[in-house]
Design a binder for this molecule. Structure first.
Ligand code: NAD
Length: 425
């Protein structure tokens, strides 16, 4: 593990989320009590539960579900399976979900869940048992009108199908709207799997057009993370003619200054163990640290938190960062990048495509009326560009960076709605 990764481990994502919040809320004239209310998660659940492993041993796992805020509607947020999951990470991710949903004008609050486990070391059968038991343990907390989970790191459409089935078994009838990001054949939406990566590229494309870059082939893009978000970000960027010169995952990175053949990479990962890049033969191997510092125009961190810190922010050569991951840049790094003129499209805007199409899936599920992929993608583009315009306007109004502008826009909406609803009782 490199120096940069070690430093990142010591950064608490919830503290980062609070620092960002404090920065943005200072521009707003909200009552002190509401400012304080929005800093805290509304409720938190910790569960410890046993799972039978394939060798018949019983192992106890710890999981969480945190609701940060439900003022605008039911809470919404993914479930993460990773060894590094902890309560503060889940709190941060839940808070970011509140701002993200408000920013793109969805009638949702923010939530997040996670289980401390290594999904890459577990069999499919173990993952199914873990998922069904975790779903049962958090049954109290989730419902189609109260809190709706979705996939995040280490989980996928299959995980959502197991949660949907488990919840439906306890209810006695099928409840597709309990989760989003499901497979299409059990009520998923067209376009959901691709939506987050697609949204990253919609945001990148929008900035580049506004800045006068109209020749995609001349724009060199590096993507960190080749899971759900990174894969579709690289694929969509490639489809639009951008030159994707580097990609990476937890096993390392791959670089070709002339541009990678993304179809060839996808062909390789389709059959590789855990769909990872390890051993990809048609590019130069690099480390994740090298990828972040690569000579390129756009950097899309699509892996995990705290990748761009004060340790490496000065090494960034891209002029644009589009945050596919949640929380990849620390506030100290934000300051350095701002000074260096690097523009950042913040996570709560850049990766909001996922929750936007999740919302479409939820609406379709509740109405049992399904849209085609063209309709989904058209509506996704409309929602993201509208939010993008609003962030640009707020940026101009307050003279701040794009992250602070996005947070101001979102916090203003949630704070305003809290005020309008009034304080119960
Ligand atoms: P995923 O599990 O599908 O993929 C994660 C990728 O990151 C994998 O390629 C993994 O190998 C790589 N990775 C893990 N540790 C790494 C490291 N130390 N260095 C480099 N690469 C590493 O997860 P995902 O769903 O693509 O999520 C990625 C990020 O995007 C997360 O921050 C998540 O919260 C965020 N996000 C996901 C969605 C979604 O719809 N899936 C929506 C919004 C935001």
């Amino acid at each position: 593990m490199g120096l940069q990764a070690k430093a990142a481990e010591h950064i608490n994502p919830y503290e980062v989320a609070l620092q960002q919040y404090d920065r943005a809320v200072a521009y707003l004239d909200l009552p002190k009590g509401i400012v304080e209310f929005l800093r805290y998660p509304k409720r938190e659940l910790t569960v410890n539960f046993p799972v039978r492993l394939d060798n018949d041993d019983i192992k106890v796992f710890t999981g969480y579900r945190v609701h940060h805020n439900t003022v605008l509607g039911p809470s919404k947020g993914g479930i993460r399976y990773a060894p590094s999951v902890d309560l503060d990470e889940v709190r941060a991710l839940a808070m970011w979900m509140t701002w993200k949903c408000a920013l793109v004008n969805l009638p949702y609050g923010g939530a997040k869940g996670g289980v401390i486990c290594d999904p890459y070391q577990m069999s499919e059968a173990e993952l199914e048992r873990l998922t069904r038991r975790y779903a049962t343990e958090i049954n109290l907390f989730i419902s189609p009108h109260g809190d709706i989970p979705a996939p995040d790191m280490g989980t996928n459409a299959q995980t959502m199908a197991w949660i949907m089935d488990t919840y439906s078994m306890t209810m006695g009838y099928s409840v597709p709207a309990i989760v989003t990001g499901k497979p299409i054949n059990v009520g998923g939406s067209q376009g959901r799997t691709e939506a987050t990566g697609r949204g990253v590229v919609i945001c990148m494309d929008e900035v580049l057009h506004r800045r006068g870059y109209n020749r995609p082939a001349d724009v060199r893009v590096a993507v960190q993370g080749f899971g759900n978000v990174g894969t579709y970000a690289a694929k969509h960027a490639d489809e639009l003619g951008y030159c994707v010169i580097a990609i990476s995952d937890v096993t390392g990175g791959y670089y070709n200054p002339k541009g990678l053949d993304i179809d060839d990479v996808l062909h390789y990962t389709a059959d590789s163990p855990h769909h990872q890049l390890a051993g990809y033969p048609h590019a130069e191997p690099i480390t994740n640290a090298e990828l972040l510092a690569l000579g390129c125009d756009v950097l899309a961190p699509c892996a995990l938190e705290n990748q761009i810190t004060e340790e490496n922010a000065r090494d960034i050569k891209a002029f644009l960062i589009v945050e596919g991951a949640n929380g990849p840049t620390t506030p100290e790094a934000d300051d350095i990048l701002f000074e260096n003129g690097v523009q950042i499209v913040p996570d709560i805007l850049a990766n909001a495509g996922g929750v936007t199409v999740s919302y479409f899936e939820w609406v379709q599920g509740l109405q049992s009326f399904f849209w085609d992929v063209e309709e989904v993608n058209r509506q996704l583009q409309r929602v993201l560009i509208k939010a993008f315009d609003e962030v640009y306007r707020t940026q101009t109004q307050f003279g701040v960076d794009m992250r602070t502008a996005a947070q101001i826009t979102a916090i203003q909406r949630v704070g305003g709605a809290t005020h309008t609803r009034g304080i119960y009782p």
